[in-house]
Design a protein. Structure first.
Length: 197
């Protein structure tokens, strides 16, 4: 059995939960998750807490878009966008399916999202982690602050997506297809996080 997952949203009470796959605001146009929850492996959640602390000192809060993603949901995303480099093939899986990746952005201390190069799940050149063309100076500063803090906590950015970060050793972990609202989620002993804006 894999280790129990923890509710990273509950460990980061100032994080803005904007779990897109729990809403219709995603590439499929329909909700894919029964709950808006950010589950991660305990060591990955620890890293995220460290990154959040560093960013808080700079006047930012985390905005969480996606964390653990059941493999069954990965199959639905692949049906909607069967294009490697944009969506991971469920045959090999995503690090989200291993509870070792997080999609996120930044907000100010009042919870208002700050300017970034693109929105979440944007399939365009400006979404690349080091894109400069068409990226405003403010968006570049915010994106780079996020990347520096996440790198310092041990995460690696996905070169194709400024918002996607993988924990070290993610590729060696098993794929999971456990429900977000099932027994594994409840074993963390944490209350469900509040809904995002």
């Amino acid at each position: 059995m894999p280790p129990g997952l923890v509710d990273a949203g509950a460990r980061l009470p100032d994080a803005v939960l904007d779990i897109r796959y729990a809403t219709a605001d995603n590439l499929t146009g329909r909700p894919l998750y029964p709950v808006a929850r950010c589950l991660l492996r305990p060591d990955v959640a620890d890293r995220l807490v460290r990154a959040a602390a560093a960013l808080r000192r700079q006047g930012f809060r985390l905005v969480l878009f996606d964390c653990y993603r059941p493999l069954s949901v990965q199959r639905e995303l692949w049906k909607a966008m069967p294009k490697r480099g944009f969506v991971a093939d469920p045959a090999t899986g995503s690090h989200h399916n291993r509870a070792a990746a997080v999609d996120l952005s930044l907000a100010d201390l009042a919870g208002t999202p700050v300017e970034m190069p693109t929105g979440f799940d944007a399939f365009e050149p400006r979404a690349r982690a080091w894109a400069t063309q068409g990226v405003t100076p403010a968006a570049r500063r915010h994106r780079d602050a996020l990347r520096v803090a996440m790198n310092a906590a041990g995460f690696a950015v996905n070169p194709m997506e400024w918002w996607h970060f993988d924990a070290p050793g993610a590729a060696a972990l098993p794929l999971l297809d456990l429900p977000l609202d099932g027994p594994l989620a409840r074993t963390a002993g944490q209350p469900p996080p509040r809904a995002g804006p």
